[in-house]
Design a protein around this ligand. Structure first.
Ligand SMILES: Cc1ncc(COP(=O)(O)O)c(C=O)c1O
Length: 469
Protein backbone atom coordinates (compact mmCIF):
# COMPACT_ATOMS: atom_id res chain seq x y z
CA UNK A 1 0.00 0.00 0.00
CA UNK A 2 1.21 3.47 -0.87
CA UNK A 3 0.55 5.84 2.03
CA UNK A 4 1.59 9.03 0.19
CA UNK A 5 -2.04 10.12 -0.04
CA UNK A 6 -2.14 10.46 -3.82
CA UNK A 7 -4.59 7.56 -4.11
CA UNK A 8 -6.63 6.99 -0.94
CA UNK A 9 -5.93 3.65 0.77
CA UNK A 10 -9.49 2.34 0.42
CA UNK A 11 -9.27 2.95 -3.34
CA UNK A 12 -5.94 1.13 -3.57
CA UNK A 13 -7.59 -1.91 -1.98
CA UNK A 14 -10.55 -1.59 -4.35
CA UNK A 15 -8.18 -1.47 -7.35
CA UNK A 16 -6.20 -4.50 -6.14
CA UNK A 17 -9.36 -6.60 -5.92
CA UNK A 18 -10.62 -5.43 -9.29
CA UNK A 19 -7.30 -6.27 -10.89
CA UNK A 20 -7.10 -9.73 -9.27
CA UNK A 21 -10.64 -10.57 -10.42
CA UNK A 22 -9.93 -9.35 -13.95
CA UNK A 23 -6.69 -11.39 -14.12
CA UNK A 24 -8.38 -14.55 -12.86
CA UNK A 25 -6.28 -14.71 -9.65
CA UNK A 26 -9.52 -14.43 -7.68
CA UNK A 27 -12.19 -16.69 -9.11
CA UNK A 28 -15.97 -16.38 -9.18
CA UNK A 29 -17.45 -17.73 -5.92
CA UNK A 30 -14.11 -17.63 -4.07
CA UNK A 31 -14.28 -16.37 -0.50
CA UNK A 32 -12.30 -13.20 0.28
CA UNK A 33 -10.83 -12.37 3.72
CA UNK A 34 -13.13 -10.78 6.29
CA UNK A 35 -12.83 -7.01 6.80
CA UNK A 36 -11.31 -7.60 10.20
CA UNK A 37 -8.72 -10.15 8.95
CA UNK A 38 -7.63 -8.05 5.98
CA UNK A 39 -7.40 -4.88 8.08
CA UNK A 40 -5.16 -6.74 10.53
CA UNK A 41 -3.03 -8.22 7.76
CA UNK A 42 -2.48 -4.87 6.03
CA UNK A 43 -2.27 -2.95 9.30
CA UNK A 44 -5.09 -0.60 8.28
CA UNK A 45 -8.16 0.75 10.04
CA UNK A 46 -11.18 -1.49 9.62
CA UNK A 47 -13.17 1.42 8.19
CA UNK A 48 -10.70 1.68 5.29
CA UNK A 49 -11.19 -1.95 4.24
CA UNK A 50 -14.93 -1.65 4.88
CA UNK A 51 -15.12 1.32 2.46
CA UNK A 52 -13.27 -0.65 -0.24
CA UNK A 53 -15.56 -3.68 0.19
CA UNK A 54 -18.69 -1.50 0.03
CA UNK A 55 -17.51 -0.05 -3.25
CA UNK A 56 -16.73 -3.53 -4.67
CA UNK A 57 -20.13 -4.83 -3.53
CA UNK A 58 -21.86 -1.76 -4.96
CA UNK A 59 -20.24 -2.32 -8.36
CA UNK A 60 -21.08 -6.04 -8.38
CA UNK A 61 -17.56 -7.45 -7.93
CA UNK A 62 -18.21 -8.91 -4.48
CA UNK A 63 -21.29 -10.30 -2.74
CA UNK A 64 -21.84 -10.18 1.02
CA UNK A 65 -23.34 -13.44 2.30
CA UNK A 66 -23.75 -12.68 5.99
CA UNK A 67 -22.27 -15.41 8.18
CA UNK A 68 -21.02 -17.26 5.06
CA UNK A 69 -18.62 -14.36 4.43
CA UNK A 70 -17.99 -12.25 1.36
CA UNK A 71 -17.34 -13.88 -2.00
CA UNK A 72 -16.38 -12.86 -5.54
CA UNK A 73 -19.65 -12.50 -7.49
CA UNK A 74 -20.44 -16.00 -8.83
CA UNK A 75 -20.91 -15.11 -12.49
CA UNK A 76 -17.87 -12.91 -12.94
CA UNK A 77 -15.42 -14.03 -15.61
CA UNK A 78 -11.78 -12.95 -15.78
CA UNK A 79 -11.12 -10.47 -18.56
CA UNK A 80 -8.85 -11.96 -21.21
CA UNK A 81 -6.40 -9.26 -22.10
CA UNK A 82 -2.75 -9.23 -23.00
CA UNK A 83 -0.45 -8.69 -20.06
CA UNK A 84 3.30 -8.17 -20.25
CA UNK A 85 3.70 -11.76 -18.94
CA UNK A 86 1.51 -13.42 -21.57
CA UNK A 87 4.12 -14.07 -24.25
CA UNK A 88 6.49 -15.60 -21.73
CA UNK A 89 3.79 -17.77 -20.17
CA UNK A 90 2.60 -19.29 -23.41
CA UNK A 91 5.99 -20.93 -24.15
CA UNK A 92 5.50 -24.21 -22.30
CA UNK A 93 8.82 -25.56 -21.02
CA UNK A 94 9.55 -29.19 -21.90
CA UNK A 95 9.40 -30.96 -18.55
CA UNK A 96 10.03 -34.60 -17.76
CA UNK A 97 7.73 -34.28 -14.73
CA UNK A 98 5.02 -31.72 -15.36
CA UNK A 99 2.47 -33.14 -12.92
CA UNK A 100 0.25 -34.32 -15.80
CA UNK A 101 -1.28 -37.79 -15.38
CA UNK A 102 0.83 -40.05 -17.64
CA UNK A 103 -0.66 -42.07 -20.48
CA UNK A 104 -0.65 -45.89 -20.77
CA UNK A 105 2.76 -47.63 -20.90
CA UNK A 106 4.43 -44.98 -18.75
CA UNK A 107 7.66 -46.40 -17.32
CA UNK A 108 8.81 -46.11 -13.71
CA UNK A 109 5.38 -45.95 -12.09
CA UNK A 110 3.94 -48.49 -9.66
CA UNK A 111 0.33 -49.66 -10.14
CA UNK A 112 -1.59 -46.51 -9.30
CA UNK A 113 -4.86 -48.41 -8.83
CA UNK A 114 -3.27 -50.54 -6.11
CA UNK A 115 -1.89 -47.88 -3.78
CA UNK A 116 -3.26 -48.91 -0.35
CA UNK A 117 -5.23 -45.71 0.15
CA UNK A 118 -7.47 -46.80 3.04
CA UNK A 119 -4.63 -48.20 5.08
CA UNK A 120 -2.48 -45.18 4.25
CA UNK A 121 -5.22 -42.84 5.34
CA UNK A 122 -5.50 -44.66 8.66
CA UNK A 123 -1.76 -44.65 9.32
CA UNK A 124 -1.29 -41.03 8.26
CA UNK A 125 -4.23 -39.83 10.41
CA UNK A 126 -2.87 -41.76 13.37
CA UNK A 127 0.52 -40.14 12.85
CA UNK A 128 -1.03 -36.69 12.64
CA UNK A 129 -3.03 -37.21 15.83
CA UNK A 130 -0.24 -38.72 17.89
CA UNK A 131 2.95 -37.10 16.67
CA UNK A 132 2.93 -34.30 19.26
CA UNK A 133 5.29 -31.52 18.23
CA UNK A 134 7.53 -33.91 16.25
CA UNK A 135 5.63 -33.31 13.05
CA UNK A 136 5.68 -29.54 13.51
CA UNK A 137 9.27 -28.65 14.33
CA UNK A 138 12.18 -28.80 11.84
CA UNK A 139 12.78 -32.50 11.35
CA UNK A 140 16.10 -34.31 11.68
CA UNK A 141 18.03 -33.38 8.53
CA UNK A 142 19.32 -36.95 8.18
CA UNK A 143 15.78 -38.35 8.17
CA UNK A 144 13.23 -39.50 10.71
CA UNK A 145 14.92 -41.80 13.24
CA UNK A 146 12.10 -44.35 13.04
CA UNK A 147 12.26 -44.51 9.25
CA UNK A 148 16.05 -44.82 9.21
CA UNK A 149 15.81 -47.74 11.63
CA UNK A 150 12.99 -49.36 9.63
CA UNK A 151 15.00 -49.03 6.38
CA UNK A 152 18.10 -50.54 8.01
CA UNK A 153 15.97 -53.46 9.23
CA UNK A 154 14.36 -53.98 5.83
CA UNK A 155 17.69 -53.89 3.98
CA UNK A 156 19.23 -56.40 6.39
CA UNK A 157 16.50 -58.95 5.79
CA UNK A 158 15.66 -58.35 2.13
CA UNK A 159 18.88 -57.17 0.54
CA UNK A 160 21.53 -58.72 2.76
CA UNK A 161 22.93 -55.31 3.73
CA UNK A 162 24.28 -55.02 7.23
CA UNK A 163 24.03 -51.38 8.27
CA UNK A 164 23.09 -49.30 11.29
CA UNK A 165 20.32 -46.71 11.22
CA UNK A 166 22.90 -43.91 11.52
CA UNK A 167 24.29 -44.91 8.10
CA UNK A 168 20.88 -44.34 6.47
CA UNK A 169 19.97 -40.90 5.09
CA UNK A 170 16.47 -40.06 3.88
CA UNK A 171 16.42 -37.82 0.80
CA UNK A 172 13.85 -36.34 -1.57
CA UNK A 173 14.08 -38.96 -4.34
CA UNK A 174 17.15 -40.15 -6.22
CA UNK A 175 18.10 -36.60 -7.25
CA UNK A 176 18.22 -35.74 -3.53
CA UNK A 177 20.57 -38.69 -3.00
CA UNK A 178 22.83 -37.72 -5.88
CA UNK A 179 22.87 -34.15 -4.63
CA UNK A 180 23.97 -35.24 -1.17
CA UNK A 181 26.67 -37.53 -2.62
CA UNK A 182 27.99 -34.90 -5.02
CA UNK A 183 28.13 -32.18 -2.40
CA UNK A 184 29.88 -34.55 0.02
CA UNK A 185 32.38 -36.27 -2.27
CA UNK A 186 32.50 -34.97 -5.85
CA UNK A 187 35.10 -32.51 -7.05
CA UNK A 188 34.59 -30.60 -10.31
CA UNK A 189 35.93 -32.70 -13.18
CA UNK A 190 36.01 -36.02 -11.30
CA UNK A 191 35.70 -38.91 -13.74
CA UNK A 192 32.68 -41.12 -13.30
CA UNK A 193 31.90 -44.38 -15.08
CA UNK A 194 28.35 -44.29 -16.31
CA UNK A 195 26.45 -47.18 -17.86
CA UNK A 196 25.93 -46.95 -21.61
CA UNK A 197 22.95 -47.12 -21.98
CA UNK A 198 22.03 -45.66 -18.59
CA UNK A 199 19.43 -43.73 -16.61
CA UNK A 200 19.21 -40.47 -18.53
CA UNK A 201 18.05 -38.32 -15.60
CA UNK A 202 21.00 -39.37 -13.44
CA UNK A 203 23.37 -38.74 -16.33
CA UNK A 204 22.13 -35.19 -16.72
CA UNK A 205 22.21 -34.58 -12.97
CA UNK A 206 25.82 -35.73 -12.60
CA UNK A 207 26.97 -33.76 -15.63
CA UNK A 208 25.40 -30.61 -14.21
CA UNK A 209 27.04 -31.31 -10.84
CA UNK A 210 30.46 -31.17 -12.55
CA UNK A 211 31.27 -34.87 -13.06
CA UNK A 212 33.11 -35.90 -16.20
CA UNK A 213 31.13 -38.91 -17.33
CA UNK A 214 32.84 -41.85 -19.01
CA UNK A 215 30.28 -44.01 -20.85
CA UNK A 216 31.03 -47.70 -20.20
CA UNK A 217 29.27 -50.35 -22.29
CA UNK A 218 26.68 -52.71 -20.85
CA UNK A 219 26.37 -56.27 -22.20
CA UNK A 220 24.53 -59.41 -21.11
CA UNK A 221 26.54 -59.43 -17.85
CA UNK A 222 25.93 -55.77 -17.04
CA UNK A 223 28.59 -53.04 -16.89
CA UNK A 224 31.80 -54.03 -18.65
CA UNK A 225 34.29 -53.39 -15.86
CA UNK A 226 37.28 -54.20 -18.08
CA UNK A 227 36.22 -51.48 -20.49
CA UNK A 228 35.79 -49.02 -17.63
CA UNK A 229 39.33 -49.73 -16.47
CA UNK A 230 40.67 -49.34 -19.98
CA UNK A 231 38.91 -46.01 -20.50
CA UNK A 232 39.42 -44.43 -17.09
CA UNK A 233 41.17 -46.57 -14.49
CA UNK A 234 41.53 -43.59 -12.15
CA UNK A 235 37.84 -42.64 -12.19
CA UNK A 236 36.60 -41.53 -8.78
CA UNK A 237 33.07 -42.88 -9.20
CA UNK A 238 31.14 -45.65 -10.92
CA UNK A 239 27.34 -45.43 -11.08
CA UNK A 240 25.69 -48.83 -11.56
CA UNK A 241 22.28 -50.49 -11.46
CA UNK A 242 23.42 -54.04 -10.62
CA UNK A 243 20.04 -55.69 -9.89
CA UNK A 244 18.22 -54.62 -13.06
CA UNK A 245 20.38 -52.56 -15.29
CA UNK A 246 18.52 -49.40 -16.25
CA UNK A 247 17.19 -49.56 -18.94
CA UNK A 248 18.12 -53.03 -20.29
CA UNK A 249 17.17 -55.06 -17.20
CA UNK A 250 20.21 -57.40 -17.12
CA UNK A 251 21.87 -58.27 -13.79
CA UNK A 252 25.50 -57.53 -13.08
CA UNK A 253 27.17 -60.97 -12.98
CA UNK A 254 29.02 -62.11 -9.88
CA UNK A 255 32.49 -62.00 -11.52
CA UNK A 256 31.77 -58.44 -12.69
CA UNK A 257 30.56 -57.48 -9.20
CA UNK A 258 33.81 -58.77 -7.75
CA UNK A 259 35.88 -57.05 -10.42
CA UNK A 260 34.08 -53.76 -9.77
CA UNK A 261 34.62 -53.96 -6.03
CA UNK A 262 38.29 -54.95 -6.51
CA UNK A 263 38.83 -51.93 -8.70
CA UNK A 264 37.12 -49.57 -6.22
CA UNK A 265 39.07 -51.04 -3.29
CA UNK A 266 42.40 -50.66 -5.05
CA UNK A 267 41.73 -47.18 -6.36
CA UNK A 268 39.80 -45.84 -3.38
CA UNK A 269 36.94 -45.02 -5.76
CA UNK A 270 33.25 -44.82 -4.94
CA UNK A 271 30.54 -47.05 -6.38
CA UNK A 272 27.03 -45.62 -6.41
CA UNK A 273 24.70 -48.62 -6.41
CA UNK A 274 21.26 -47.56 -7.65
CA UNK A 275 18.96 -50.37 -6.48
CA UNK A 276 15.79 -48.63 -7.60
CA UNK A 277 13.48 -51.59 -8.35
CA UNK A 278 15.30 -54.71 -7.19
CA UNK A 279 12.16 -55.78 -5.30
CA UNK A 280 10.57 -56.93 -8.56
CA UNK A 281 11.84 -60.18 -9.92
CA UNK A 282 9.55 -62.74 -11.52
CA UNK A 283 11.86 -65.73 -11.96
CA UNK A 284 14.50 -67.11 -9.66
CA UNK A 285 15.78 -65.64 -6.44
CA UNK A 286 16.74 -61.96 -6.18
CA UNK A 287 20.48 -61.38 -6.22
CA UNK A 288 21.79 -59.80 -3.03
CA UNK A 289 22.80 -56.17 -3.34
CA UNK A 290 26.36 -55.30 -4.37
CA UNK A 291 26.54 -53.46 -1.04
CA UNK A 292 26.09 -56.78 0.78
CA UNK A 293 29.57 -57.94 -0.36
CA UNK A 294 31.25 -54.55 0.05
CA UNK A 295 33.78 -55.37 2.78
CA UNK A 296 35.83 -52.19 2.51
CA UNK A 297 33.06 -49.60 2.49
CA UNK A 298 33.32 -48.33 -1.10
CA UNK A 299 29.62 -48.64 -2.02
CA UNK A 300 27.08 -45.86 -1.54
CA UNK A 301 23.75 -47.67 -1.72
CA UNK A 302 20.63 -45.90 -3.03
CA UNK A 303 17.05 -47.15 -2.76
CA UNK A 304 13.71 -45.44 -3.29
CA UNK A 305 10.08 -45.69 -2.19
CA UNK A 306 8.99 -44.45 -5.64
CA UNK A 307 8.65 -47.92 -7.14
CA UNK A 308 7.38 -49.82 -4.12
CA UNK A 309 4.90 -47.19 -2.88
CA UNK A 310 4.50 -44.04 -5.00
CA UNK A 311 6.87 -41.50 -6.57
CA UNK A 312 4.63 -38.68 -5.30
CA UNK A 313 6.01 -39.34 -1.81
CA UNK A 314 9.47 -38.23 -2.97
CA UNK A 315 11.18 -40.43 -0.40
CA UNK A 316 14.40 -42.30 -1.06
CA UNK A 317 17.27 -43.52 1.10
CA UNK A 318 21.02 -43.65 0.94
CA UNK A 319 23.29 -45.96 2.95
CA UNK A 320 26.80 -44.60 3.40
CA UNK A 321 29.87 -46.42 4.74
CA UNK A 322 30.33 -45.97 8.49
CA UNK A 323 33.43 -43.83 8.04
CA UNK A 324 31.49 -41.33 5.93
CA UNK A 325 28.54 -40.92 8.28
CA UNK A 326 29.71 -37.70 9.88
CA UNK A 327 30.62 -35.98 6.61
CA UNK A 328 27.24 -36.83 5.08
CA UNK A 329 25.39 -35.75 8.23
CA UNK A 330 27.05 -32.32 8.17
CA UNK A 331 26.26 -31.91 4.48
CA UNK A 332 22.64 -33.06 4.85
CA UNK A 333 22.25 -30.52 7.63
CA UNK A 334 23.73 -27.73 5.49
CA UNK A 335 21.42 -28.62 2.61
CA UNK A 336 18.48 -28.20 4.98
CA UNK A 337 16.37 -30.11 2.51
CA UNK A 338 14.28 -32.18 4.88
CA UNK A 339 11.52 -34.50 3.76
CA UNK A 340 8.12 -33.93 5.42
CA UNK A 341 8.27 -35.52 8.86
CA UNK A 342 4.71 -36.84 8.98
CA UNK A 343 5.19 -38.60 5.66
CA UNK A 344 8.41 -40.22 6.84
CA UNK A 345 6.80 -41.35 10.08
CA UNK A 346 3.87 -42.84 8.14
CA UNK A 347 6.22 -44.87 5.92
CA UNK A 348 8.11 -46.02 9.02
CA UNK A 349 4.89 -47.34 10.58
CA UNK A 350 3.94 -48.92 7.26
CA UNK A 351 7.19 -50.90 7.30
CA UNK A 352 7.28 -51.62 11.03
CA UNK A 353 3.75 -53.03 11.13
CA UNK A 354 4.41 -55.50 8.33
CA UNK A 355 2.31 -53.74 5.66
CA UNK A 356 5.31 -53.09 3.43
CA UNK A 357 6.28 -56.75 3.11
CA UNK A 358 2.64 -57.68 2.38
CA UNK A 359 2.27 -54.90 -0.17
CA UNK A 360 5.46 -55.97 -1.95
CA UNK A 361 4.34 -59.59 -2.10
CA UNK A 362 1.01 -58.54 -3.58
CA UNK A 363 2.64 -56.22 -6.12
CA UNK A 364 5.14 -58.85 -7.20
CA UNK A 365 2.44 -61.29 -8.25
CA UNK A 366 0.28 -58.53 -9.75
CA UNK A 367 3.18 -57.25 -11.87
CA UNK A 368 4.04 -60.77 -13.03
CA UNK A 369 0.46 -61.00 -14.38
CA UNK A 370 0.47 -57.54 -15.92
CA UNK A 371 3.85 -58.15 -17.50
CA UNK A 372 2.53 -61.36 -19.09
CA UNK A 373 -0.56 -59.51 -20.39
CA UNK A 374 1.60 -56.93 -22.13
CA UNK A 375 4.09 -59.46 -23.53
CA UNK A 376 1.24 -61.62 -24.92
CA UNK A 377 -0.39 -58.61 -26.56
CA UNK A 378 2.95 -57.47 -28.03
CA UNK A 379 3.55 -60.90 -29.54
CA UNK A 380 0.04 -61.07 -30.91
CA UNK A 381 -0.18 -57.59 -32.46
CA UNK A 382 3.42 -56.80 -33.30
CA UNK A 383 5.30 -60.04 -33.86
CA UNK A 384 8.65 -59.27 -35.45
CA UNK A 385 7.99 -55.54 -35.56
CA UNK A 386 9.07 -55.26 -31.91
CA UNK A 387 11.51 -57.81 -30.51
CA UNK A 388 10.79 -58.13 -26.81
CA UNK A 389 13.60 -58.67 -24.29
CA UNK A 390 12.39 -61.10 -21.61
CA UNK A 391 14.32 -59.95 -18.56
CA UNK A 392 13.66 -61.49 -15.18
CA UNK A 393 12.49 -58.40 -13.38
CA UNK A 394 11.78 -54.72 -13.26
CA UNK A 395 8.76 -52.63 -14.14
CA UNK A 396 9.15 -52.18 -17.87
CA UNK A 397 9.81 -54.18 -21.01
CA UNK A 398 12.35 -53.22 -23.62
CA UNK A 399 11.31 -53.78 -27.23
CA UNK A 400 13.81 -53.50 -30.10
CA UNK A 401 12.72 -52.01 -33.42
CA UNK A 402 13.81 -53.45 -36.76
CA UNK A 403 16.60 -51.78 -38.72
CA UNK A 404 15.68 -48.49 -40.33
CA UNK A 405 13.21 -47.31 -37.67
CA UNK A 406 13.79 -44.12 -35.72
CA UNK A 407 12.60 -44.72 -32.16
CA UNK A 408 12.15 -40.98 -31.57
CA UNK A 409 9.68 -40.89 -34.41
CA UNK A 410 7.82 -43.98 -33.17
CA UNK A 411 7.63 -42.52 -29.64
CA UNK A 412 6.30 -39.24 -31.05
CA UNK A 413 3.57 -41.05 -33.04
CA UNK A 414 2.75 -43.03 -29.89
CA UNK A 415 2.53 -39.81 -27.88
CA UNK A 416 0.08 -38.34 -30.39
CA UNK A 417 -2.06 -41.46 -29.88
CA UNK A 418 -2.01 -40.87 -26.11
CA UNK A 419 0.65 -43.44 -25.18
CA UNK A 420 3.65 -42.77 -22.96
CA UNK A 421 6.21 -45.09 -24.60
CA UNK A 422 9.76 -43.79 -24.12
CA UNK A 423 12.44 -44.21 -26.79
CA UNK A 424 15.41 -46.36 -25.84
CA UNK A 425 17.97 -44.14 -27.57
CA UNK A 426 17.45 -41.43 -24.91
CA UNK A 427 19.46 -43.68 -22.56
CA UNK A 428 22.59 -43.54 -24.74
CA UNK A 429 25.15 -40.76 -24.49
CA UNK A 430 27.01 -41.79 -27.65
CA UNK A 431 25.82 -41.72 -31.22
CA UNK A 432 25.95 -45.52 -31.47
CA UNK A 433 22.71 -46.69 -30.00
CA UNK A 434 19.90 -49.18 -30.25
CA UNK A 435 16.50 -48.12 -31.53
CA UNK A 436 13.74 -49.40 -29.31
CA UNK A 437 11.02 -48.58 -26.82
CA UNK A 438 10.64 -48.84 -23.06
CA UNK A 439 7.13 -49.91 -22.14
CA UNK A 440 5.82 -49.85 -18.57
CA UNK A 441 3.47 -52.74 -17.74
CA UNK A 442 2.57 -51.98 -14.12
CA UNK A 443 -0.61 -50.10 -15.01
CA UNK A 444 -1.85 -52.49 -17.72
CA UNK A 445 -4.82 -53.80 -15.76
CA UNK A 446 -6.51 -56.28 -18.14
CA UNK A 447 -6.02 -58.31 -21.30
CA UNK A 448 -8.49 -56.02 -23.04
CA UNK A 449 -6.55 -52.91 -22.07
CA UNK A 450 -3.28 -54.57 -23.12
CA UNK A 451 -4.82 -55.36 -26.52
CA UNK A 452 -6.11 -51.81 -27.00
CA UNK A 453 -2.88 -50.16 -25.99
CA UNK A 454 -0.73 -52.44 -28.14
CA UNK A 455 -3.05 -51.93 -31.13
CA UNK A 456 -2.33 -48.19 -30.80
CA UNK A 457 1.37 -48.90 -30.50
CA UNK A 458 1.21 -50.98 -33.69
CA UNK A 459 -0.38 -47.99 -35.40
CA UNK A 460 2.42 -45.72 -34.16
CA UNK A 461 5.07 -48.13 -35.44
CA UNK A 462 3.37 -48.38 -38.84
CA UNK A 463 3.14 -44.60 -39.10
CA UNK A 464 6.87 -44.35 -38.47
CA UNK A 465 7.85 -47.13 -40.87
CA UNK A 466 10.94 -46.26 -42.91
CA UNK A 467 10.27 -45.34 -46.52
CA UNK A 468 11.65 -48.11 -48.79
CA UNK A 469 14.56 -46.91 -50.95
C1 LIG B 1 17.27 -46.02 -12.77
C2 LIG B 1 16.47 -45.30 -11.73
N1 LIG B 1 17.03 -44.98 -10.58
C3 LIG B 1 16.36 -44.36 -9.61
C4 LIG B 1 15.05 -44.00 -9.78
C5 LIG B 1 14.32 -43.38 -8.62
O1 LIG B 1 14.03 -42.09 -8.76
P1 LIG B 1 13.22 -41.30 -7.63
O2 LIG B 1 13.62 -41.83 -6.29
O3 LIG B 1 13.70 -39.91 -7.83
O4 LIG B 1 11.79 -41.46 -7.94
C6 LIG B 1 14.41 -44.28 -10.98
C7 LIG B 1 13.03 -43.86 -11.24
O5 LIG B 1 12.49 -43.95 -12.30
C8 LIG B 1 15.14 -44.97 -11.99
O6 LIG B 1 14.57 -45.30 -13.15
Amino acid sequence: MDGSGEVPLYRQIYLRFRQSIADGQLLAGERVPSVRALAAELNLARGTVEAAYQLLIGEGYLQARGPAGTVVAPLLQPIARPSPMTAENTIAPTLVHSGAVPGPLQIGLPALDEFPRKLWNRLASHELRHSGVDGLIYPDSRGDAGLRAAVAGYLGVSRGIVCAARQVFICAGYPGILDLICRSLLKEGDQCWFEEPGYFLARRFLQEAGAQLVPVAVDAEGLNVEEGRRLADDARFAVVTPSHQSPLGVSLSLPRRQALLDWANRKGSWIIEDDYDSEYRYQGRPLPALKSIDNQGRVLYAGTFSKVLAPGLRLAYLVVPEIQVERFAVMADRMHNHCPQLLQATVATFIRNGHFARHLKKMRSLYAQRRALLIDALHEHLGERLKVDQQAGGMHIVGHLPAGYDDGEVAEHARLLGLAAVRLSVCYAGSENTQGLMLGFTNVASAQQAGEVVALLAKAISSAAPVPM
